[in-house]
Design a protein around this ligand. Structure first.
Ligand code: PLP
Length: 165
């Protein structure tokens, strides 16, 4: 029995297009991929070597629930070096991609019925993430001439009156 909230998730068209493209490639058709936003390079050599080393050393078990402590320490150092932002390893959670991180964040911040502002146009999955956790997506238009950044007045008019000051 599928839960109602799962049934309400609308298809992420990109994956359907990707599957169709894969079928066409199987038939020998040359496909130019414009559907998924993926890097056009493979995993760097140093990453695949480190992965192989971790497998060889049997580092294939549960880690700390927030992610490997050494990795979180390195991420904290990277933030300091690259953005001059101080984040402690305890503030970092490692997830497999941004989708689980977004879902976790929404789950922590939103109660049922809460409203979440998202840009229109925007990434197609955000609305589904928000609906899945029982909150409501409020779409705020963004415009090409602003580099798709939010306009103050548009955000203000999307807020409930008690917050719109
Ligand atoms: C704007 C935006 N947010 C989130 C995601 C999801 O990323 P991930 O594959 O890391 O879950 C994507 C993927 O294309 C994206 O373009």
């Amino acid at each position: 029995m599928i839960a109602q909230k799962a049934k309400e998730i609308t298809p992420f068209i990109v994956m359907e297009v990707l599957e169709k493209a894969a079928e066409m490639e199987q038939q020998g058709i040359n496909v130019i991929h414009l559907e998924v936003g993926e890097p056009d390079f493979n995993v760097p050599k140093c990453v695949s070597v480190a992965e192989q080393k971790a497998f060889d050393e049997g580092r294939t078990h549960y880690t700390h629930s927030l992610g490997d402590p050494e990795l979180r320490k390195q991420i904290a150092e990277k933030y300091k070096e690259e953005y001059n932002v101080s984040v402690s390893p305890g503030q970092i959670i490692v997830t497999s991609g941004s989708s689980p991180a977004i879902l976790l964040t929404l789950g922590v911040l939103c109660d049922a019925g809460d409203e979440v502002i998202i840009s229109d146009p925007g990434y197609a999955c955000y609305e589904n993430f928000i609906r899945f956790i029982g909150a409501k997506a409020i779409k705020v238009p963004v415009y090409e001439e602003d580099g798709f950044q939010y306009r103050y007045e548009e955000i203000k008019s999307a807020l409930p009156t008690e917050h719109a000051q």
